[in-house]
Design a protein around this ligand. Structure first.
Ligand code: ATP
Ligand code: MG
Length: 255
């Protein structure tokens, strides 16, 4: 059975995509068969792995969710034998509205993923920065959520809304859904602010905070413009190592 994990936070720019891409690649190099799904119309995860795939005119997650394209026809192999991806593009902007009028609109992704449960150990879903139907589809499908939080002022702002959405989904759509962990991102050890935010998040989430912290690292910011995950762009960078550590923690936590 796959372990389906959604990276979610309706706040923009907190490190969802960077985490989705780099966790997926770190899992793949750890020989865990992994599927990365880009569920964001901004298609940043797609860009972030673009050097790993050669596919033009491919089916995207939009085709799967709205046009009923078989999911197997949207899966793209990458140069990593253990990593496949399903891409996105700006068509997906429309899905948020188009889903509204469809039957069982919260369950389209879940239905689409049904046939893949034995094929992958991990399925990672990169969510858009909103709590709309795309994110609800991800939460309905997922076993767990990773919530990236940027180590900055107002880090906890909006989290109440996210936690409320998670509770609603648990109550009405997906009883199994749990919080895999809260991930502190862009941590700058030179800044007192970063440390204060870390303390605040620790006291708010306790054990749910991953022990691994993702440091602010220039390489992580640069890598996407080359279409590469950090491990390929600079395997010795702090960013690449942080995400390998995180994956080790994730694998240790079992399931
Ligand atoms: N640890 C890091 N160190 C340095 N830069 C980072 C780090 N993590 C992310 N970034 C950069 O910060 C920006 C936002 O990160 P990212 O795109 O992963 O956030 P996001 O939550 O997916 O954003 P959105 O809500 O728009 O989808 C990007 O330019 C990314 O390259
Ligand atoms: Mg993103």
């Amino acid at each position: 059975m796959s372990r389906i994990i959604a990276l979610t936070n309706q706040k923009g720019g907190v490190g969802k995509t960077t985490s989705a891409v780099n966790i997926a690649v770190s899992l793949a190099v750890s020989e865990e068969k992994t599927l990365l799904i880009d569920l964001d119309p901004q298609a940043n995860a797609t860009t972030g792995v673009s050097s790993l795939i050669n596919g033009e005119d491919v089916n995207t997650i939009y085709d799967v969710l709205i046009r009923g394209t078989a999911i197997k026809d949207a899966i793209i192999n990458t140069q990593f034998s253990h990593l496949d991806v399903i891409t996105s593009n700006s068509d997906l902007v429309g899905a948020e509205v188009e889903l509204v009028s469809l039957m069982a609109r919260e369950f389209h992704l879940q239905k689409a993923l049904e046939s893949l449960k034995r094929k992958y150990k991990f399925i990672l879903i990169d969510c858009p920065p909103s709590l709309g139907l795309l994110t609800v589809n991800a939460l309905t499908t997922a076993h767990s959520i990773i919530i990236p939080i940027q180590a900055e002022y107002y880090a906890l702002e909006g989290l109440g809304q996210l936690l409320n959405t998670i509770r609603l989904v648990q109550r009405n759509l997906n009883k199994k859904l749990k919080i895999e962990g809260v991930l502190l991102t862009m941590f700058d050890s030179r800044l007192n602010l970063s440390k204060q935010v870390a303390e605040e998040i620790k006291s708010y989430f306790g054990d749910k905070l991953f022990k691994t912290i993702i440091h602010r690292n220039v390489r992580l910011g640069e890598a996407p413009s080359f279409g590469k995950p950090a491990l390929l762009y600079d395997a010795n960078s702090v960013g690449a190592r942080d995400y390998m550590d995180l994956v080790e923690e994730l694998l240790d936590s079992g399931n």
